[in-house]
Design a protein around this ligand. Structure first.
Ligand code: FAD
Length: 504
């Protein structure tokens, strides 16, 4: 802190206190313990078993491999410890009148002379050719459709060497796993309930007071207390920006059921009249959840609906959840940074919760403070955090806006709502000539946007000028070769169930 002139702010031990032991708390603890030398940094984590965690957050996206590599985690061990399965993408059902589509993790076809593959596919499609579905040119999508899985493809002379995938994992076991990783590296766990924080004259947090009277002093506090945001909001009053007018689903009921006969290698997101529901298969059970807008459906109606839709035997009590889609423009204020649900949340449609946590951790490590808490570090952190979540927001809004569903007031609202200009611009550009452009290192790439725009029925008027160099006949011949090659290779892969059995 600026006024702390008693000790050299860069050499005396730096005490970090994490409040909360959900996925955010233990991911942060694990990453800091892995990076910060114990002789200079003390890390404590306060959590309360009585309060518990949100206990959802089971579908990940491929960025999780970066986090695992960073922690040097053996993924085979992680899969066993968290009852995980493999995820090649998300299947969307009922998001338009068109039925189903896949948003797979991975590229489509092969680019030609610098022209993106989808532009070639679109050119042939606009010329009236029978080009088939875009997913037929995507290895992950084809594998998911047949419930196949293999991380590596050892096929001579074939340019694709691996499939892009993520995991479905048990959120509670994941936090336990990271706790077992972090504690031997020096993280001190304090079981207890937070009551209030003590502040100094400048409004910086000095210590946490627990309900039994214990004090936990620190130099830097990381608020991982979930939706309660006990430090960043209740103590430091950082405001929250509400995006529910663009993302009206603000509630969910989650329940676990016994396994299905076949374990899918993808997440299911199935639309209903007032939102959607997820199906996330683990090795030993399925996570189910009905996401809905509380403006259009009550808790009781949601539970009844979910119970009627899940065919397998239910094995847990329902978990009712409420949130406000949005973000905190200042997730870092003074000597406190919020990570996880306390910093903001975009509903779980594209499984971005854990990804936002890991990128917040990496950003924090790059801009790590000393006791001076340099404001330009804090401002930079906040600027990038805002840009990241805003681009995810736009991507998720697209699924609701770009629909022809008209069977309920919920879908009519979504179809007709105004959307952010940043999203309007992206939609307009694609609509004109199929162009997609990834800005400022945003999380979702052109391929992700393409999957959803195409899947939700957008068809550009024309294509990129560079497609003029290829005739439709040339394109059709390439498409046929790619499609038959890909499908032959996918046919030869083991099923997801077989692959899981091989892992033992
Ligand atoms: C319906 C839903 C579905 C989701 N699905 C996905 C998904 O598929 N994929 C994905 O990546 N993300 C998903 N998420 C997001 C994901 O669950 C969260 O990002 C992740 O679990 C992190 O939560 P957290 O650690 O911030 O909060 P929590 O899990 O709520 O943890 C808060 C911690 O603070 C502690 N705490 C609270 N009050 C006190 C107190 N007074 N004293 C001491 N400790 C206290 C609690 O005990 C707990 O340890 C989903 C979220 C929701 C709501």
């Amino acid at each position: 802190m600026k006024t702390d002139t008693r000790a050299d702010a860069t050499t005396s031990p730096f005490n970090i206190v994490i409040l909360g032991g959900g996925s955010a708390g233990w991911m942060t603890a694990a990453a800091l313990a892995n990076t910060l030398p114990q002789e200079h940094f003390n890390i404590s984590l306060v959590e309360s078993e009585q309060i518990g965690t949100v206990s959802v957050g089971e579908a990940t996206i491929p960025g999780i491999h970066d986090f695992n590599r960073f922690l040097n985690i053996n993924e085979q061990e992680l899969v066993k410890a968290t009852n995980a399965t493999f995820k090649l993408g998300i299947e969307f059902e009922g998001w338009t009148k068109g039925g189903k589509y896949l948003h797979p993790f991975g590229p489509y076809g092969l680019n030609k002379n610098g022209v993106p593959f989808h532009q070639l596919w679109l050119k042939a499609k606009l010329a009236g050719e029978d080009v088939g579905e875009l997913v037929n040119f995507n290895m992950e999508g084809l594998a998911a459709q047949q419930n196949k899985f293999s991380p590596k493809l050892n096929i001579p002379n074939f340019p694709i060497k691996h499939l892009n995938y993520a995991f479905h994992l048990d959120a509670v076991l994941y936090a336990n796993y990271l706790r077992q990783y972090a504690e031997p590296k020096g993280v001190k766990r304090i079981e207890g309930q937070f009551e209030q924080a003590r502040l100094n004259n400048e409004g910086f947090i000095q210590s946490l007071t627990l309900t039994d009277g214990r004090e936990v002093p620190g130099d830097f506090f990381i608020d991982c207390s979930g939706f309660k945001a006990l430090l960043i909001e209740k103590t430091l009053h950082a405001r929250y920006e509400d995006w529910r007018h663009w993302l009206p689903c603000d509630s969910a009921v989650a329940i676990q059921s016994k396994s299905q006969p076949q374990v899918n290698s993808f997440t299911k997101a199935i639309a209903h009249e007032h939102g959607w529901r997820w199906q996330i298969p683990l090795q030993n059970r399925v996570g189910n959840g009905l996401v809905y807008s509380s403006r259009f459906m009550t808790e009781d109606q949601a539970l009844e609906k979910l119970q009627s839709l899940v065919k397998e035997e239910l094995i847990t009590e329902p978990n009712q959840l409420r949130w406000v889609n949005g973000c905190r423009p200042e997730p870092w204020r003074k000597n406190c940074v919020a990570i996880g649900l306390s910093a903001g949340f975009i509903e779980p449609l594209e499984s971005t919760g854990l990804q936002l946590i890991q990128s917040a951790i990496f950003r924090l490590l790059s801009l790590f403070p000393d006791k001076h808490f340099n404001q330009s570090n804090i401002d930079t952190y906040n600027r990038f955090a805002n840009a990241e979540i805003a681009s995810i927001r736009d991507f998720v809004i697209l699924h609701y806006k770009q629909t022809d569903n008209d069977h309920s007031p919920f879908w009519n609202y979504c179809r007709n709502m105004d959307v952010p200009d940043s999203l309007k611009d992206k939609m307009e550009m694609y609509q004109q000539n199929g162009n997609l452009f990834r800005e400022n290192n945003e999380l979702f790439s052109e391929l992700n946007w393409l999957s959803v725009m195409n899947g939700q029925g957008m068809l550009p008027k024309t294509t990129h000028p560079l497609t003029r160099q290829f005739t439709t006949q040339e394109i059709m011949s390439d498409l046929q070769q790619i499609e038959s090659g890909y499908s032959r290779i996918v046919d030869s892969l083991p099923s997801h169930d077989e692959f899981l059995a091989m892992l033992g």
